[in-house]
Design a protein around this ligand. Structure first.
Ligand SMILES: Nc1nc2c(ncn2[C@@H]2O[C@H](COP(=O)(O)OP(=O)(O)OP(=O)(O)O)[C@@H](O)[C@H]2O)c(=O)[nH]1
Ligand SMILES: [Mg+2]
Length: 303
């Protein structure tokens, strides 16, 4: 049956929220982008890239799978880290199904910690990620370890994003587990996120790519304004950093680093929007921003 618009016939469709949960760097955001077939979430080789929940709406047969990407489960220290952990825990409690992602090289102890955190005992699937990085033998050994807990999970699916290994299997399994429901969003929508949040993520991704050490973790991005002028979308954004001493690093000699960040972010935004983009980046120092609750709310860290 062809679906057009919101489907009111609850008996023929399925829909629900699927939280992507796992340690930092497990590959949650990468998998969400890959299942959607569009890059909307920022990704990094460095851990603790994702800071707030975001979602991707994936249509599969007659099911609407709403994937919720979350910050990695990690030890808390700062206000921002506490926010990030709470985001993940809330997503776990609010969803229909959890996909617990663990790189195939990860220790099984982390899975046991996850089981303790899943206090509402929401149904979960294990996704063993990055299986392209190990031999078959190592993969089978790891599967055997997880299988000791087979009463706990609904399915275990090995996945590798580069060749989309395991994607159809994962979507089919999730479709079976989802409740019957009318669609919760327009099937044409890719996400319910605001464009400004997606673009801020791409600018953060470009910062992660271009500056090392602590700056990616001690910075954030605020979109000041976005407007259309002729065929061009104009975006004005501010990069917030923690210390005056970080300014020359992020700006670079003659502005070279901030220009590189801007160019890379612009290309990522253009790839998604399919429009010509003008991006202007300012740098502003705000000491202690990641511990300032009111300012964090301004940046969109609201629960
Ligand atoms: N080889 C390989 N690399 C992968 C795969 N999936 C993700 N990666 C890489 O793993 C790194 C981390 O990916 P992310 O998607 O940012 O991980 P995350 O779980 O969202 O991390 P946080 O947001 O920090 O919690 C990136 O460099 C990805 O390119 C995979 O299937 N194979
Ligand atoms: Mg992420």
């Amino acid at each position: 049956m062809e679906q057009t618009g919101l489907n009111k016939n609850a008996s023929s469709t399925k829909a629900g929220f699927i939280a992507l949960i796992g340690r930092p760097n497990a590959g949650k955001s990468t998998l969400m982008n890959s299942l959607l077939g569009e890059k909307i979430a920022m990704v990094s080789q460095k851990a603790n890239a994702t800071r707030k929940r975001s979602n991707a709406i994936v249509m599969h047969n007659s099911a609407q799978l709403i994937f919720v990407d979350t910050p990695g489960l990690h030890e808390k220290e700062k206000v921002l880290n506490q926010f990030m952990l709470d985001e993940a825990l809330k997503a776990m409690g609010d969803c229909d199904i959890i996909v617990y992602l663990a790189p195939v090289t990860d220790s099984i102890e982390n899975y046991q910690k996850f089981l303790d955190l899943n206090q509402k005992r929401v149904k979960h699937i294990i996704v063993l990620s990055k299986i392209d990085q190990v031999s078959q033998e190592k993969l089978f050994k790891k599967i055997a370890q997880y299988n000791q807990f087979s009463d706990e999970f609904e399915a275990l699916i090995p996945v590798a994003v580069p060749r989309k290994v395991g994607h159809t299997d994962l979507l089919n399994t999730l479709e079976k587990l989802l409740p019957e429901s009318p669609y919760l969003y327009d099937p044409e929508d890719l996400t319910s996120e605001l464009v400004r949040d997606i673009y801020a993520g791409f600018i953060r991704e470009a910062i992660f790519e271009n500056v090392s050490d602590e700056i990616p973790y001690e910075s954030d991005v605020f979109i000041d304004k976005i407007y259309e002028e002729g065929k061009v979308d104009k975006i004005y954004a501010t990069v917030i950093i923690e210390k005056e001493s970080q300014k020359p690093i992020i700006v670079g000699k003659g502005g070279s680093t901030i220009k590189r960040i801007g160019k890379s972010a612009r290309q990522k935004i253009e790839a998604l929007s399919q429009k010509q983009i003008f991006l202007s980046l300012e740098v502003s120092v705000k000491k202690g921003w990641s511990k300032d609750k009111a300012f964090l709310e301004e940046l969109g860290y609201k629960q």
